[in-house]
Design a protein around this ligand. Structure first.
Ligand SMILES: [Zn+2]
Length: 171
């Protein structure tokens, strides 16, 4: 297991920005480290994933917890789908601590992850089925490398998909 130490220093969080959007996305170091444990570094590693939770204010969308993967997920080298029952349980458990469901994450076996058409379709399906406080969901994809350009963040709404600009920041 390789921890996220892009500069050889301590833990970093992730900041996402989108032009013309006042809110920024902040992914906590804990959530980031949880997801990066599942990087598909070996040739046989399967995709992993789960859900993102946190809070929303006028200034930022704060992702504090990433959950999953779960024992009954569908996982292969190039596909991940959360066990719907386990994902739903996670959403209820996190809601008890006051955390909102914000979106999904999964890994890709590539260095510069790109959202596939299937990824976009899956997100739009979730969006249509979810009863959310917001009209968009986040989708974070974790590639194989430690550099920030091996991470991808998109917001998916019914009519549009935007890719956010990412940087590491000290915690
Ligand atoms: Zn994918």
């Amino acid at each position: 297991m390789t921890l996220l130490r892009p500069n050889g220093g301590g833990a970093h969080c992730l900041v996402g920005r989108l032009e013309s959007v006042a809110q920024q996305v902040l992914v906590s170091a804990d959530a980031l480290m949880h997801m990066c444990r599942y990087r598909q570094c070996s040739p046989w590693a399967k995709e992993a994933g789960g859900q993102l939770f946190g809070s929303i204010s006028a200034e930022q969308i704060l992702v504090t917890v990433a959950t999953g993967p779960y024992p009954r997920d569908e996982r292969s080298r190039y596909r991940y789908r959360s066990d719907p029952a386990a994902a739903q349980r996670s959403i209820l458990v996190q809601a008890e601590s006051g955390l909102l469901y914000l979106g999904e994450w999964h890994t890709h076996a590539e260095d510069h992850p790109d959202a596939s058409g299937l990824d976009g379709d899956a997100m739009r399906l979730l969006l249509a089925k979810s009863q959310l406080n917001s009209n968009a969901l986040l989708m974070l994809i974790v590639g194989r490398k430690t550099m920030v350009d091996s991470l991808g963040l998109w917001s998916v709404a019914a009519e549009r998909v935007d890719q956010w600009h990412l940087e590491y920041a000290a915690t």
